[in-house]
Design a protein. Structure first.
Lengths: 527, 313
């Protein structure tokens, strides 16, 4: 399995970064998705099935490098940040075009960035909250910031800052920006984006087609515009077993979200490459750290020693074996160590039952106390997690019971604090650790992912890191935040998982990035 | 004239039925735990975002105000805007309806084609081996969950033998016949088991009836006895059962359309429930209520054709 993971990493690096020669052109790649897109617009995309497709239809000014550790040019071929960190200057490439051949210029950039930072429009406006003004002089774009922002370059490489065609929006039907956006998406066509593809077919909840943008600025190994494919055809198949059967029957070329229990079987199929792409996906469980439960009763999990004890008593390697068939790794730091910048070098709560028992005894935990684990109904993974934890925590005297709910109910419970512990997952949307750190620990964002845990020092460090331009100092701040967080254990830290995508051997060059984006621009098909 | 009056009376009776359905579904979806704003914006949304969405959707209005808006809009043919699809509920339903109706009609046709002849064979061979074999096979079909039957058919007929596509819905009449055969057969296998048992029992009962014995004594040909006397009388209770089965069949499409990746109303209903898409759930429930009411009406009309004793007035 490690071989697959390494191979996928290499493929990601090679496919995104290194040109290869003798590429075939043309053909259609058929891709089976677990859920359909509903509106692919940079600023309105708020679900992963939308977000992960934005990059195929719309380009950003900057991009993340292949290894995800730095920022490189996109539509802008050069960029600088002033010494005081308050001004970002970008130079737009010459002769850029949208997919319909119309020119992409500074006016489109100003329009797109104004949309992206308008808090009355999309939910992502806060990511550009420090941008006070955007101006243009010819192909030079200048962003003036209200305070230094170490994340600004990452934000300009994020989907919500992708460039849309102002003229298309001006001409679209609709009284509001959102209505115009919906009308443009419903009509499809090549005019609105400059990505390597444009939307050329859409049937809500059933299928979607991307056609090649022949005006794309990025060149392939053969000196012609990317992509190599003529078309990508998507079919929406929510059922895991049916999606896989489609691939095995040769009706599609790739399926995403392969259940880990099927990975070994597909890996053994000579017609299929079973890829495990490195991801920023973590599976964890928020622990209600409030003094009392929602019903007013005393909360045993308020005691940090109890939270630490259950972390020590959880054998993450065993969970990974049971659920991921070994295709993952334990969370070694509060930030995903495999793919996130500034992740601390630590060994987070290795399995140690003796230490767990000592902590639980020290906390005066009453044996036989019932703790409820809220899980997703119908999730085989969650059912396995419950069964394993019930056994793992029994020696501590914990009577673990399960409450099964659907996703919307679990989300509501997380916000209201009506839970003891519940399963959860996360994937980064931004190539910067600030998003996940704010989510997991900064009180004003979401009360430390609904746990009710609060640390004044953590909040202070997070706020300071938001304007710290010295990378070494910022790294220190993140290291201290992770130490505080690890010690307080407001989560049951579980494991990091890759993205499991099974691809026919007829396809080469498709990748899924650690943020989840599907990259088809360098994919080829040879049947 | 009596028939027309009966139809008008039945149509008038549908009005309170639909009103009741509207009230129940309106209250039920709002009793579901979980916040539609959260379902729309996702777990990562801020509290301010959620408050803005609730405000925009009118979810902060009192329940009575919300119901009045829903009710008056429905009277004007407006089922609202889907939260999930960001488009009109009516538009989405009209787009998906033909696929589900095709699937249901195809499944009912297959059920009758399977159950009818086999019920006759079983009844005419009562207690002998053909009867035992047919009843045993259908008993197995009846006891298996629909999704399991679907997966077995998919694995062998689609993935292994490649006689049929694994999923999708196809274009045009023949395309739909080809793509929807397996999902229809999945539903039909279950429904036909129920119909076959009922029809077999009804045929046996009618075969023992005095008027059939009399017809035989008169020397009428067997074909005429079976076609005119036995089948017609045995079908009366089966038609009722078939009408009731179509209600079950509609709920069966939730599973079948998901397993076979058919973009119909059943799959849409599941998506709407998980997303707490109130307008879409309400619109779909009303649509199902209308469809089932129409089926019941047609069932009654067909029964009156089979049995003159059932006076429409």
């Amino acid at each position: 399995m490690k071989r697959n993971l390494t191979a996928a990493t290499l493929m990601l690096a090679m496919a995104v970064g290194t040109p290869s020669f003798g590429q075939e052109r043309g053909g259609t790649m058929n891709f089976a998705r677990y859920d359909g897109s509903r509106l692919i617009d940079p600023i309105y995309a708020d679900r992963n099935p939308d977000i992960w497709m934005v990059g195929s239809l719309f380009d950003t000014l900057l991009r993340s490098s292949d290894d995800g550790k730095s920022i490189v040019g996109g539509l802008a071929d050069s960029f600088t940040v002033s010494d005081d960190g308050r001004t970002v200057t970008l130079n737009l490439q010459a002769d850029l075009k949208f997919a319909d051949g119309s020119s992409l210029d500074a006016e489109d950039v100003l329009f797109s960035l104004d949309r992206a930072r308008n808090p009355d429009l999309g939910p992502w406006a806060g990511m550009l909250g420090n941008v006070a003004d955007v101006t243009a002089d010819g192909n030079t774009i200048t962003l003036s910031l209200s305070q230094p922002d170490p994340t600004i370059l990452s934000m300009l490489a994020t989907f919500n800052t992708a460039i849309v065609n102002k003229d298309v929006f001006d001409a679209a039907e609709g009284a509001t920006d959102q209505e115009k956006s919906a009308a443009i998406f419903a009509a499809g066509g090549a005019g609105v984006g400059s990505g390597s593809f444009y939307l050329c077919g859409f049937e809500q909840g059933a299928s979607m087609d991307f056609c090649a943008n022949e005006h794309h600025w990025e060149m392939g190994a053969d000196g012609k515009p990317l992509p190599y494919l003529d078309k990508v055809h998507f079919e929406i198949i929510p059922d895991d077993a049916t999606r896989i059967l489609k691939l095995q029957a040769g009706e599609v070329d790739a399926v995403e979200f392969v259940p880990f229990s099927r990975v070994a079987e597909l890996d053994a199929d000579p017609q299929i490459n079973m890829n495990l792409y490195p991801s920023t996906r973590i599976i964890y469980s928020p622990i209600n750290a409030r003094e009392t439960r929602a019903d007013g009763s005393a909360n045993p999990l308020h005691d940090v020693r109890v939270r630490q004890a259950i972390n020590y008593a959880t054998n993450k390697e065993a969970l990974i074996g049971l659920i991921l068939q070994g295709a993952g790794q334990p969370m070694r730091a509060p930030l995903m160590s495999s793919s996130t910048r500034l992740a601390a070098d630590m060994d987070l709560y290795p399995f140690d039952m003796e230490k767990a028992k000592a902590l639980i005894e020290d906390a005066g935990f009453e044996a036989g106390t019932t703790i409820t684990l809220t899980t997703l109904a119908g999730s085989a993974d969650d059912a396995t997690i419950f069964a394993a934890l019930q056994q793992m925590w029994a020696p501590l005297g914990i009577d673990l019971v399960v409450e099964q709910v659907d996703g919307a109910t679990r989300g509501a419970k997380n916000r209201s604090g009506e839970f003891d512990i519940h399963t959860y997952g996360w994937v980064d949307d931004v190539n910067d650790p600030s998003q996940v750190t704010g989510w997991l620990g900064y009180t004003p964002v979401r009360h430390a992912v609904g746990t009710g845990w609060e640390s004044a020092r953590f909040n202070e460090l997070f706020e300071a890191s938001g304007s710290e331009m010295d990378q070494a100092k910022r790294a220190e701040q993140y290291a201290e935040m992770q130490e505080i967080y690890a010690e307080a254990a407001p989560l049951l830290f579980m494991y990091e998982t890759p993205f499991a995508v099974a691809v026919s051997t007829a396809i080469d060059g498709y990748v899924q990035t650690p943020l989840g984006a599907n990259i088809f621009s360098r994919a080829t098909v040879s049947r | 004239m009596a028939g027309l009056q009966y139809i008008l009376k039945r149509l008038a009776l549908m009005i309170p039925t639909f009103l009741l359905v509207m009230i129940i579904i309106f209250l039920l979806v709002r009793m579901l735990p979980g916040d539609p704003a959260l379902a729309i914006a996702g777990d990562k949304a801020s509290d301010a975002d959620l408050a803005a969405i609730r405000n925009r959707l009118g979810l902060n209005e009192p329940l009575l105000v919300q119901f009045w808006l829903f009710f008056t809009n429905v009277l004007q043919g407006d089922l609202g805007r889907s939260i999930l699809m960001r488009t009109s509920v009516m538009g989405v339903i009209i787009e998906r309806l033909p696929t589900t109706v095709f699937l249901a009609a195809f499944a009912v046709s297959l059920s009758l084609l399977i159950a009818g002849p086999l019920a006759f064979v079983a009844a005419l061979n009562r207690g002998r081996w053909p009867d035992t074999v047919i009843r045993t096979v259908f008993q197995v079909g009846l006891s298996m969950p629909v999704f399991y039957i679907g997966l077995i058919l998919l694995t062998f007929l689609a993935a292994h033998l490649r006689w049929f596509p694994v999923g999708g819905h196809g274009d045009g009449f023949t395309g739909q016949l080809y793509y929807l055969f397996l999902p229809s057969m999945t539903v039909a296998l279950y429904t036909s088991a129920i119909i076959m048992r009922n029809l077999r029992a009804a045929i046996i009962e009618v075969l023992d009836a005095e008027y059939v014995q009399f017809a035989r004594a008169k020397g009428l040909p067997n074909r005429l006895i079976l076609g005119r006397h036995v089948l017609r009388n045995a079908l009366i209770s089966t038609v009722t059962l078939l009408g009731l089965s179509i209600g079950n069949l509609m709920s069966g499409t939730l599973v079948t359309e998901t397993v076979f990746a058919v973009p119909g109303l059943g799959r849409l209903m599941l998506e709407a429930i998980f997303a707490r898409d109130y307008p879409l759930i309400q619109g779909l429930t009303l649509t199902f209520a209308v469809l089932v009411s129409i089926v019941f009406l047609l069932t009654d009309l067909f029964q009156s054709l089979l049995d003159p004793r059932m006076r429409l007035s």
